[in-house]
Design a protein around this ligand. Structure first.
Ligand code: 4AD
Ligand code: MG
Length: 481
C-alpha cells in the first residue's frame, strides 16, 4: 500500500484546504529509495502530516495560511469575552494566535463552555485565517469549530508573581514565552557546541559522574555515600579525558558537573552543564583559538536560529553581530595594572571577584582572555610557565555581565611536579594513582578547557540570574521541583 497517498487523503478529509506542508510533499519524489536520507524539510513535512493537518501557529503569523481554513491545537494563553464574542489567544510551541468565537455561530452550550474555559485549557480550533491589524501578531482565526481537549483547573501562575513562586512552579512556568525563548536558545547552543567540536575533528567521550577524585579542589565537592565509601559527584570530566586522549586523540563532552558552591551569586549553580575539550599536543595558543572559535560559532548559530527570541529577551543584537576574531589577550599582570589604573583596589596574587571581572570586561569591546595567573590561585594540574615559574599556562575567558565563561590550561606533564602540587593543595596523591600513570607511560604535552553552558546562555540571553538558563535549576537554597 502506498502509505503516503493514504496520509494525504486523510489530511484532505480533515481540513478543507490541504495544508502548505502537504503541497510540498506532493512535489517530492515519493518513490525515492527509502535508504536515501530525508532532508530536514521533508522530515518536517512528514511530522506535520503525522499531526493530521494541524498547522503550527508560527506559519499563520508568517502569513502562510491567510484566507484559508486551518486546524490548530494548543493551550489558552489568555481569554477575553465581550458578551456575544469570545477571544481566546491560543498558544502552541511555535507561537500565539487569537481565535475569535462569535456567539451566534455556535450552539449556546458550546459557546458557553468555550467562553468559560480557564487559561491553560487545551483545545483544538478550526477556522479561517484572517489578516487583522488589531489582533496580536496581525492575524486571527475566525473560529468555525473547537474541541475542548482538557478544561484546566485554575492555573497557579498569574501576573507579577514572585521569583520564589515562579521557581516553585517551574514545571508550569516553563510554558511562559520567556522560558520558551530561553530554552529555544539553549537547544541551539547545545547543538552548536556539538557541531563545532565534531566539525573540528574532536570525538565525543564520556567520563563517570561518580568519582573519588577532586579535579577542582575539595571545597566544592558533593559527597555521595557509595556503599560505605565516600565518593563525589564529578566537578569535571577532565582527569578521565586526560587518560582517554592517549588512545582516542582529541575529545570533547557536554555533561553535568557539580559544585557545592556556597557562594550564592547570580552565576553559580550547584549542577551545571559543562562543555569540555582536551587536545593532544595542544599548547596555550591552540586552546585560545579553540575557545574563541567555539564562542563565535555558538553566537553565529544563535543569531541565525533565534533572532526573534533574542529580540524578545531584549538582547543587544548589534553587540553579538559585531563579535569577530581575534578576542584580546592580556596577562594577569596586565589585568591587575589596568584595574589599578581604573582606581580599583586589587591585591596582587588574588583571584578576581565579580567587581573586578565587571570592570575588566567593560574595558573591552569583545570577550577577553586573561592568561598567566599566579599558580597559587589555579588548579594543581596546570603547567607552570617556563619563563616565570610563579605563573601557569592557563586562561579565563571573560565576558561582560557574566564574568568567567571558560577556564582552560596546558597540563602539567611531569609526575613529580604533579605529586608535589597535589600535596601542596592538601590532597592525598595515592587517590590519584591511576591518573598519575598518564604521566608515567609516554607523557605528552596536552591542553584543554571547560565552558559553563549556562553561563553562555546567561550571556547570550542577557539574563539577570543563571538559574533561568537551565530548565530546573539547583542552587544552594533549592534543588526542586
Ligand atoms: O574553571 P573551572 O572550574 O575549570 C574546570 O573545571 C576545568 N577542569 C575545565 C577543563 O579544563 N576541562 O570550570 C570551567 C567553567 C567555568 O569557566 C565556568 O564557566 C563554569 O565551568 N562553571 C560554572 N558554571 C555554573 N555554576 C558553577 N558553579 C560553575 N563553576 C564553574
Ligand atoms: Mg575557573
Amino acid at each position: 500500500m502506498d502509505m503516503s497517498k493514504t496520509r494525504l487523503n486523510n489530511v484532505n478529509s480533515k481540513v478543507v484546504k490541504v495544508p502548505l506542508a502537504s503541497e510540498i510533499l506532493l512535489s517530492l519524489d515519493l518513490n525515492r529509495a527509502s535508504s536515501e536520507k530525508m532532508n530536514e524539510e521533508e522530515k518536517a513535512v512528514k511530522r506535520s502530516l503525522g499531526n493530521e493537518g494541524f498547522v503550527p501557529i508560527k506559519e499563520i503569523l508568517e502569513g502562510k495560511h491567510t484566507d484559508v481554513e486551518v486546524n490548530i491545537r494548543g493551550w489558552i494563553h489568555r481569554t477575553r469575552d465581550i458578551g456575544n464574542m469570545a477571544f481566546l489567544n491560543v498558544r502552541d510551541p511555535s507561537g500565539v494566535v487569537q481565535a475569535t468565537f462569535v456567539k451566534d455561530e455556535f450552539d449556546e452550550d458550546k459557546f458557553k463552555a468555550i467562553k468559560d474555559l480557564l487559561v491553560e485549557s487545551s483545545l483544538k480550533v478550526k477556522g479561517k485565517v484572517k489578516e487583522d491589524e488589531r489582533a496580536p501578531g496581525g492575524y486571527e482565526i475566525a473560529a468555525a469549530d473547537a474541541e475542548i481537549v482538557h478544561a484546566s483547573e485554575d492555573f497557579p501562575i498569574h501576573k507579577d508573581q514572585s521569583v520564589e513562586h515562579l521557581l516553585d512552579n517551574r514545571h508550569l512556568w516553563m510554558r511562559s514565552t520567556e522560558m520558551r525563548d530561553i530554552l529555544n536558545v539553549r537547544s541551539t547552543v547545545f547543538g552548536a557546541i556539538h557541531d563545532y567540536f565534531r566539525t573540528e575533528g574532536y570525538k565525543e567521550f564520556q567520563s563517570p559522574i561518580l568519582t573519588p577524585l577532586a579535579c577542582e579542589g575539595g571545597a566544592t565537592l558533593f559527597p555521595v555515600d557509595y556503599f560505605d565509601e565516600e565518593v563525589y559527584l564529578t566537578q569535571s570530566w577532565q582527569l578521565y579525558a586526560e587518560a582517554a586522549i592517549f588512545g582516542l586523540g582529541d575529545i570533547y563532552t557536554i555533561a553535568p558537573s557539580f559544585r557545592a558552591e556556597k557562594s550564592r551569586t547570580p552565576r553559580h549553580l550547584t549542577e551545571y552543564w559543562h562543555a569540555e575539550v582536551e587536545g593532544l599536543w595542544h599548547e596555550l595558543d591552540d586552546i585560545i583559538a579553540l575557545g574563541e572559535g567555539l564562542v563565535l560559532h555558538v553566537v553565529d548559530k544563535v543569531l541565525e536560529q533565534n533572532e526573534e527570541e533574542l529580540e524578545r529577551l531584549d538582547v543587544d543584537l548589534d553587540y553579538l553581530k559585531r563579535l569577530e576574531a581575534p578576542f584580546p589577550i592580556i596577562t594577569y599582570d596586565e589585568a591587575v595594572s589596568k584595574l589599578k589604573k581604573e582606581g580599583m583596589n586589587v591585591e596582587y596574587g588574588e583571584d578576581f571577584g565579580v567587581p573586578e571581572e565587571k570592570k575588566l570586561t567593560s574595558l573591552f569591546e569583545k570577550p577577553v582572555f586573561v592568561t598567566h595567573y599566579p599558580k597559587e590561585i589555579k588548579a594543581f594540574y596546570m603547567k607552570r610557565d617556563e619563563k616565570d615559574d610563579s605563573k601557569v599556562l592557563g586562561y579565563d575567558l571573560m565576558v561582560p555581565h557574566v564574568g568567567e565563561l571558560i577556564g582552560g590550561s596546558v597540563r602539567e606533564t611531569d609526575v613529580d611536579s604533579m605529586i608535589r602540587r597535589l600535596k601542596e593543595g592538601g590532597e592525598d596523591p595515592s587517590i590519584y594513582e591511576w591518573f598519575l600513570d598518564t604521566r608515567r607511560y609516554g607523557s605528552v604535552p596536552h591542553a584543554g578547557y571547560g565552558l559553563g553552558v549556562e553561563r553562555v546562555i546567561m550571556w547570550l540571553c542577557n539574563l539577570d540570574h543563571i538559574r533561568d538558563a537551565i530548565p530546573f535549576p539547583s542552587t544552594p537554597n533549592r534543588c526542586r521541583p
